[in-house]
Design a protein around this ligand. Structure first.
Ligand SMILES: NC(=O)C1=CN([C@@H]2O[C@H](COP(=O)(O)OP(=O)(O)OC[C@H]3O[C@@H](n4cnc5c(N)ncnc54)[C@H](O)[C@@H]3O)[C@@H](O)[C@H]2O)C=CC1
Ligand SMILES: O=C(O)[C@@H]1CCC=N1
Length: 269
């Protein structure tokens, strides 16, 4: 069955829940979306702005949904699972986006046979440019995986991976937008230092990051080869690259991904 034939319920409408809701609605305006949260003002805002069904009762949202997306913090997920266990009937698919929490840990809290899929998306779902990775729980069917992939491919790109790689994905693309926002800000700062106004500096910096990313994705060329295309002998770029290398830029980004992945592992313990 296709995604649009399913009613989707969000448990948690914080930053990532709202991002997914906005992305999915933009891709499928006809879809039925339900959402619950403990924070009523956020629900009222979503209901007013997007017209989705909202409730402060998680079990009501689950009762009205075929697919239940768990978008609460990993630290409270277990308590939420205990509270909703009886409303997760056999006809429902559960999708968890919680960092670090394994499929088994979720299955263990729910009724035997519950179909669970784990996904690590990112905040760019809001603009249909999320990078997501999906893995199946032991009871998830092929149809469940198709529904999950359809959902996350409609808001960006989504790949299937073995669960053991989920922490690496969390450190890379789950957290990754937060590594790039300061990069954009800092690039703009450099241009402001050299006299450009802030608004134009941010536009040029963001478009530069977008363009570079698009070239990697659309040409299929290695990033190093693309870098060489910009870097003229004795030109301006090599001077900038030399400075970045002196600052340890590669180790800095590698370490960010490695440490974030480690934290994802910790959250699962
Ligand atoms: N923020 C991000 O960029 C990403 C977050 N994630 C995952 O998404 C999940 C949510 O993260 P955020 O949206 O950033 O956190 P958040 O704190 O913004 O949102 C969590 C929401 O859950 C609500 N909540 C708390 N207790 C609840 C309960 N008992 N029932 C229903 N709702 C309840 C809170 O009021 C809040 O609105 C986390 O598990 C995180 O690991 C995954 C990928 C990216
Ligand atoms: O920082 C976090 O824990 C969440 C998971 C991935 C992105 N944000």
């Amino acid at each position: 069955m296709h995604l649009t034939e399913k009613r989707i319920g969000f448990i948690g409408t914080g930053k990532m829940g709202e991002s997914l809701i906005r992305g999915i609605l933009a891709a499928h305006s006809e879809i039925t979306l339900n959402a619950s949260d403990v924070y009523k003002p956020a629900l009222e805002r979503l209901n007013n702005e997007l017209g989705i069904n909202v409730s402060t009762d998680n079990t009501e949202t689950i009762g009205d949904s075929d697919v239940v997306v768990l978008a609460v913090k990993p630290q409270i997920l277990k308590d939420v699972l205990v509270a909703i266990k009886d409303s997760i009937t056999a006809d429902k698919l559960v999708i968890s986006i919680a960092a670090g929490v394994s499929v088994t840990a979720i299955e263990d809290e729910l009724n035997e046979g519950t179909r669970v899929v784990r996904v690590m998306p990112n905040i760019a779902a809001t603009v249909a440019e999320a990078a997501s990775a999906v893995c199946a729980g032991k009871n998830a069917t092929e149809d469940d995986m198709e529904v999950a992939l359809e959902m996350f491919q409609s808001i960006g790109s989504a790949i299937t991976i073995p669960e053991k790689l989920m922490d690496a994905v969390t450190g890379l693309s789950g957290s990754g937008p937060a590594y790039i926002f300061p990069v954009i800000e800092a690039l703009a700062d450099g241009a402001v230092h050299e006299g450009l106004d802030r608004a134009n500096a941010i536009t040029l910096a963001a478009q530069t990051v977008l363009g570079a990313a698009k070239m990697v994705l659309e040409t299929g060329m290695h990033p190093g080869e693309l870098k060489d295309m910009v870097t003229s002998p004795a030109g301006t770029t090599i001077r900038g690259i030399h400075t970045l290398e002196e600052s340890g830029i590669r180790a800095a980004f590698m370490n960010a991904v490695i440490e974030s992945s480690k934290r994802s592992k910790e959250l699962g313990k």
